[in-house]
Design a protein. Structure first.
Length: 368
């Protein structure tokens, strides 16, 4: 391993966004034990898999995690290699733009204007080497230019569950990979539009993975979301004046503008570019998605955990250790067993699980 490569790796950072509640995976996912802290796919927590995937890309001490105060201890328990001072708990969620701004301040404080990747905590990527290779090229592009770099996933089916990037003109190459302008971000399409995107080519899934330098993203926030930018200035000033990030987070962070980074910045900013991924990717956004990662029996039933199916077709069952889910004469159901709650729903209603979880929480707060 060459010294120049090691030095470059030490100057790069990763910030993992791990503040969600994952209500679409209720009853397994809860406020203090959300999707990214569960082995939804695989044998370890999704966040732990994300951290492990960074081995060889950046040193562990260069990994930050932004979570919420309720989940901070569980994050450290799930990922014992993380430095506790690098795991930041939001006192209240303020959506992704505020978290992006916080990430930029954290990295800039640690090393002035060092490039960093912003990654979700709970995606499934089997090809770790391919992932690290694309991220390395993305770092190269972000370090040499004032780019806001995003990674486009080549679609494999006409998904209506993802936003899309429309690829524009070729800009340059980074480590041999093509860097292209992003012409526009498009919201989750209907099926007809998604099929059109797939047939036309030039459209890529927006995976919510970004690479940039703090000065570039903070400048874009200042230009397109001035209220948030002012709040971030206040956060930095309070942190600097009093020497306490925790104090600044408690005092200033809850007042930051609540808006998504795509809407606040990415859909409006100049200098947004993309690199095409050549690794597998799945954001596993709801229960039916996990079936893509496990073998089905001859009748299309998928079990994660113990289960028996008789005269049943196309079901998905999730059971904890020591519990067996049995199915008789049913089809296209999702059955999820948790210690204190069990959910049964039709696959066609999976997108309504979040609303169900909220209703359960209203009636039984202890199950939220």
């Amino acid at each position: 391993m060459g010294m120049a490569w090691v030095e470059g790796m030490n100057n790069r950072f990763v910030v993992i966004m791990a503040g969600g509640r994952g209500e679409r995976f209720w009853p397994q996912s809860r406020l203090t034990r959300p999707k990214h802290l569960l082995p939804i796919v695989g044998d370890s927590a999704m966040l732990a898999q994300t951290v492990d995937r960074l081995d060889g890309l950046v040193p562990t001490e260069n990994i930050f995690v932004i979570t919420n105060v309720e989940q901070r201890d569980a994050v450290l328990e799930s990922c014992p290699s993380l430095l506790p001072e690098r795991v930041i708990g939001e006192p209240v969620g303020r959506d992704t733009a505020a978290a992006v701004g916080l990430a930029a301040l954290l990295v800039d404080h640690r090393q002035k204007d060092a490039a960093f990747a912003l990654l979700p905590a709970d995606h499934v990527i089997e090809d770790g080497a391919g992932f690290r290779s694309v991220l390395t090229s993305s770092f190269d592009a972000a370090e040499k230019n004032d780019f806001l770099v995003t990674i486009g996933i080549k679609p494999t089916f006409p998904s209506t569950g993802y936003g899309y990037l429309c690829r524009g003109a070729e800009m340059e190459k980074a480590s041999g990979r093509l860097v292209s302008k992003v012409d526009r971000f498009v919201e989750k399409p209907d099926l007809e539009t998604a099929e059109k995107y797939l047939a036309e080519g030039g459209y890529f899934w927006n995976a919510g993975m970004f690479v940039w330098r703090p000065s570039v993203i903070l400048s874009a926030i200042a230009k397109h979301a001035s209220g948030l930018s002012s709040g971030l200035d206040d956060l930095r000033a309070d942190w600097s004046k009093n020497g306490s990030l925790d104090g600044a987070m408690e005092k200033v962070y809850p007042e930051l503008e609540k808006i998504s980074v795509d809407f606040a910045v990415m859909e409006k900013a100049d200098g947004v570019v993309m690199l095409e991924s050549d690794f597998d990717w799945d954001d596993v956004g709801e229960w039916p998605a996990i079936a893509r990662h496990y073998s089905a029996d001859e009748n299309g039933n998928v079990f994660k955990g113990d289960g028996v199916a008789v005269d049943s077709n196309g079901n998905l069952a999730f059971a904890e250790d020591g519990h067996c889910v049995t199915l008789l004469g049913v089809k296209d159901l999702i059955v999820v067993q948790s210690g204190d709650a069990t959910m049964v729903c039709h696959k066609d209603r999976a997108q309504e699980v979040k609303a169900l979880a909220q209703k359960v929480s209203d009636k039984h707060p202890g199950l939220s």
